[in-house]
Design a protein around this ligand. Structure first.
Ligand code: TTP
Length: 243
C-alpha cells in the first residue's frame, strides 16, 4: 500500500441538526489504511451516505474526529481536502456535453490519453469507442442515451481521471452487472500506488473482497471485518447476505 490516503474515524457522531438533534451516526470508529478498500453495507437509511459525506466535509461531525493522513479534517480547507479525493455520488450527474467533456470535468487539464486510461479502468472505453463519434459523442438531449450502468461507468471515469488518493463510490455500480463490476474492481486494485477506496454497496458481492467491511445499522456500526469474519459473527450481515 502507498503512504497516502489513510482515514481514521474516532468516535464520530453526527446529526444534520447539530448538537441535540436526532443522531444519524453514533460513535463510529474505524481505520482505513492507505491502499485499503473498505466496504460499507447496511439497509436504506442506515447512514452510509451521511458517513462518507463527512470525509470531504460536506458536513462536519457533531462529535468525535475524522483524520485524513493524521490530520483532523476540520483543520484542512475543504477545497484542499477535496483535491485528494474523488466522490462518485449515488445519483450520476452527467451534463449535456460530449463524453470527453463529461469525463474531463474531473480534471480540466487531463489529456485525451488520461481520459481514455480512466475510461478503460472504469470499463467505459469499449462502449464509448463503439459509438460513431467516440469520445465526441454527446450525452443526453439529442445525443446518445447511455444506459444507467453506462452513465455510472462514465462517472467513475470522471473520478479516476483526477487520480485521487481516496476514491469514494456511493453505490455507484448498482446498475452495472456483476462481471463488469468485477473488472472495474480489478482495474482499481492494479491502479497506481495504493488507492484508498471506500465502497458503499447494496449487494454483498460488491464488497465481499474488500479488506474490511463495515456493517451499519440505524447509524451504528454493528459489525466490522472481512466477509468470512462477518459471516460467522454478524447477524445483520448474514441477513443482508440471505436477502
Ligand atoms: P443516509 O445517510 O442517506 O442513509 P443510507 O445512505 O444508508 O441510505 P440509502 O442506502 O438509502 O442511500 O441517511 C441516513 C439518515 O439521514 C436518514 O434518516 C435520512 C437522513 N438524512 C438527512 O436528514 N439529510 C440528508 O441530506 C441525508 C443524505 C440523509
Amino acid at each position: 500500500p502507498g503512504k497516502k490516503g489513510r482515514i481514521d474515524f474516532e468516535q464520530v457522531s453526527f446529526s444534520y441538526d447539530g448538537e441535540g438533534g436526532q443522531p444519524v451516526l453514533k460513535q463510529i470508529s474505524f481505520t482505513c489504511l492507505p491502499g485499503e478498500t473498505v466496504g460499507i453495507i447496511g439497509s436504506t437509511g442506515a447512514g452510509k451516505s451521511s458517513l462518507v459525506g463527512l470525509i470531504p466535509r460536506f458536513y462536519d461531525v457533531t462529535e468525535g474526529t475524522i483524520r485524513v493522513d493524521g490530520m483532523d479534517v476540520r483543520d484542512i480547507e475543504p477545497k484542499r481536502l477535496r483535491e485528494k479525493m474523488a466522490i462518485v455520488p449515488q445519483k450520476t450527474m452527467l451534463f449535456t456535453g460530449t463524453v470527453l467533456e463529461n469525463i474531463r470535468w474531473g480534471k480540466a487539464e487531463a489529456t485525451h490519453e488520461e481520459v481514455e486510461q480512466a475510461a478503460r479502468m472504469a470499463q467505459a472505453h469499449e462502449f464509448i469507442s463503439a459509438t460513431p463519434d467516440g469520445y465526441e459523442t454527446r450525452v443526453g438531449q439529442g445525443g446518445v442515451n447511455f444506459s444507467g450502468g453506462q452513465k455510472q461507468r462514465i462517472s467513475i471515469a470522471r473520478a479516476l481521471v483526477k487520480k485521487p488518493e481516496i476514491l469514494i463510490l456511493d453505490d455507484s455500480t448498482s446498475a452495472v452487472d456483476v462481471a463488469t463490476e468485477g473488472k472495474i474492481k480489478d482495474a482499481l486494485r492494479a491502479y497506481a500506488a495504493g488507492l484508498t477506496c471506500i465502497l458503499i454497496a447494496q449487494r454483498i458481492t460488491s464488497v465481499m473482497d474488500a479488506d474490511k467491511i463495515i456493517v451499519l445499522d440505524n447509524g451504528e456500526v454493528v459489525g466490522i471485518g472481512t466477509h468470512d469474519e462477518l459471516m460467522t459473527s454478524c447477524q445483520v450481515y448474514q441477513e443482508i447476505f440471505q436477502s
